[in-house]
Design a protein. Structure first.
Length: 582
């Protein structure tokens, strides 16, 4: 059904585009629209943007960030190239709009013909959300920039155009215009402030979630390709320590079990760890709310120093275990209490027949990772006790957990670790690939939030159009005088474009400063939120330099594109009309 709908939508768009082309062809003798120019331009843009989309798609798939910037620069260059062609007239805005529409529809058609993954969190969906808007915005930016560069000497803030633009903007002869200018500036500033604060909150939650996931699992996991565990040949620790970027490593055993106390029971994950090396990799073991790892460390040392068993030897104490805070609350136990671990896959023979294997454990410590999934399911015991319970050999492990210097470079480090271990049956999984769906959904959420929030700046920019349109109406006489004195259309365009950039630039700067200050205050003093609901004491915020730059550039780009239209109307004004009305 979805594939049929996709094909129907694509062909409907193409049919509508052909109908529009025929309509414009009929009007070609009565208007300035040039259908052949638009067709050539559209096919060229389709080819260029399709190649750019493929590059960006591959970049998003592997987490790159340089290729999208290159593609945006290419769109700007395409817009400039359109206006620099002598056959395209002074500014081919209508043809360029039609060409962009054709290019987008060709892109949809190529998608329908391909087998690209199109899940809700896939890179293609993110590209589909941002691509069309970016193509229009950057394309028109290049189009208007090329018009200014065409025989006008470029865009400067020191010429007479800048002086007249500032005079038009700061004039006190029109109180209503000054009020609208103030409202436009405040609107853009509030939009930029809201976008920065919202992105900071989203990034804060994402970073907090990433820290918790990494803390419970490590940056890198080395396991058998079959996923069933393997026998270690010697100690892999020294080999992995020689790999550049690896800070620590630890073996572990993992299995699904049931945990029961006298009052309740719960399902969970039992992990066997080395209590000496595990805290350096699994930072969740450092977040203990009660107890300590000392009993587990003593138990691990006792196994190596164990004396031969005798006929009258005292019974062994139950193995020690560390459990999560939510699991301890569900079982109604605390440090020093005893619980039972039950394996659903192992059995023991009793006089009444086979029963699930179980063993008593003593709670040595309780940890709190501030993440419900881990606090309610995870339990840690020593490697020796876990091997004994799961009936595995002395060298058997589920895998190796590694802590690296940079979590964002684990892919390259994983390959080096596999080369160091020299075992073709092993594979390396980083923290992102193990939680790919979750982090892809978070990235999609950030993209959607960015696009939605940018619409706030978009709405605020409409007031800039109103301001410039009012300024054009009030300054028709002055425009006519300037043209009579020899000013070109590009010079008049600069005058009003500078007005829009001054309004939008000041608003963007004020909003960016206010956003950075707000995020800094939230990070320093915090905003309390219900910890029993969100497992956080305060609202997490994180504002990166890239986010600030992207928001500021997006705001300025939107302001520029919106300021171009009333500025073009001023540039098209005939001197005789302005002088007659003046």
């Amino acid at each position: 059904m979805s594939q049929t709908f996709t094909w129907f939508a694509v062909f409907a768009l193409i049919a509508a585009n052909i109908a529009g082309l025929l309509f414009w062809c009929r009007r070609a003798t009565h208007s300035e629209f040039r259908a052949p120019t638009a067709l050539r331009m559209g096919l060229a843009l389709a080819l260029a943007t399709s190649c750019g989309a493929i590059i960006i798609y591959e970049s998003l798939s592997r987490g790159g960030s340089i290729e999208p910037l290159v593609a945006c620069a290419g769109l700007i260059t395409a817009g400039i190239a359109v206006t620099l062609q002598p056959s395209n007239g002074p500014i081919a805005s209508a043809e360029f709009a039609w060409a962009q529409s054709l290019a987008l529809q060709v892109g949809f058609l190529l998608f329908a013909l391909s087998s690209v993954e199109a899940g809700i969190a896939s890179p293609f969906v993110r590209l589909l959300i941002v691509g069309p808007a970016a193509m229009i915005a950057f394309g028109y930016f290049g189009l208007s920039l090329g018009y200014l560069l065409r025989g006008s000497g470029g865009m400067t803030m020191t010429g007479y155009e800048s002086f007249i633009g500032r005079r038009f903007l700061l004039t006190r002869s029109s109180p209503s215009l000054s009020l609208v200018t103030t409202i436009s500036t405040v609107g853009v500033g509030l939009g930029v402030w809201l976008v920065l604060v919202s992105l900071a909150v989203l990034s804060g939650f994402e970073n907090d979630l990433r820290t918790k996931i990494i803390g419970a699992n490590g940056h890198l996991l080395i396991q058998a390709k079959s996923g069933d565990g393997f026998e270690m040949s010697g100690d892999p620790g020294p080999k992995l320590a020689r790999v550049e970027g690896v800070l620590a490593s630890t073996p572990f055993i993992q299995g699904e079990v049931a945990l029961a106390s006298r009052s309740n029971f719960s399902g969970g994950v039992l992990m066997g760890i080395d209590p000496e090396t595990a805290p350096e990799v699994l930072t969740v073991l450092k977040a203990l709310t009660s107890g300590s790892l000392a009993p587990l460390q003593s138990e691990a040392r006792a196994v190596h120093e164990e004396a031969p068993a005798t006929e009258f030897a005292a019974p062994k104490p139950p193995p020690q275990v560390v459990i999560g805070a939510e699991l301890a609350r569900a079982l109604s136990v605390r440090v020093g209490d005893t619980i039972r671990v039950i394996s659903p896959s192992l059995q023991t023979l009793t006089p009444l027949g086979p029963t699930p294997k179980s063993q008593g454990l003593r709670v040595a410590a309780v940890f709190s990772s501030k993440m419900y999934e881990y606090d309610s399911r995870y339990a840690y015991m020593t490697l020796g006790a876990a091997r004994s319970f799961f009936e595995r050999g002395d060298k058997w492990v589920t895998g190796l957990q590694l802590q690296t210097h940079n979590p964002d470079q684990v892919a390259a480090i994983g390959s080096q670790c596999l080369n160091a271990l020299n075992d073709p049956e092993l594979t390396a999984l980083d923290w992102r690939s193990r939680n790919q769906t979750l982090f892809s959904a978070l990235e999609l959420e950030r993209v959607v939030a960015f696009v939605v929030l940018v619409f706030i700046i978009l709405v605020a920019s409409f007031s800039i159009v109103t301001t410039l349109a009012m300024s054009v109406i009030e300054k028709r006489k002055e425009i006519a005088i300037l043209k009579t004195m020899g000013s070109r259309d590009q010079d008049i365009l600069k005058v009003f474009l500078i007005q829009g950039l001054l309004i939008g630039g000041f608003g963007t700067l004020a909003g960016a400063v206010a956003g950075v200050v707000t995020v800094a205050l939230l990070g320093s003093f915090g905003l309390p939120i219900p910890s029993d609901v969100y497992y956080l004491d305060s609202l997490p915020v994180h504002l990166g330099t890239v986010d600030i730059v992207l928001v500021v550039l997006a705001a300025l780009l939107i302001v520029w594109d919106f300021a171009v239209f009333p500025a073009l109307e001023a540039a098209r004004l005939q001197p005789i009309e302005g002088l007659r009305e003046g």
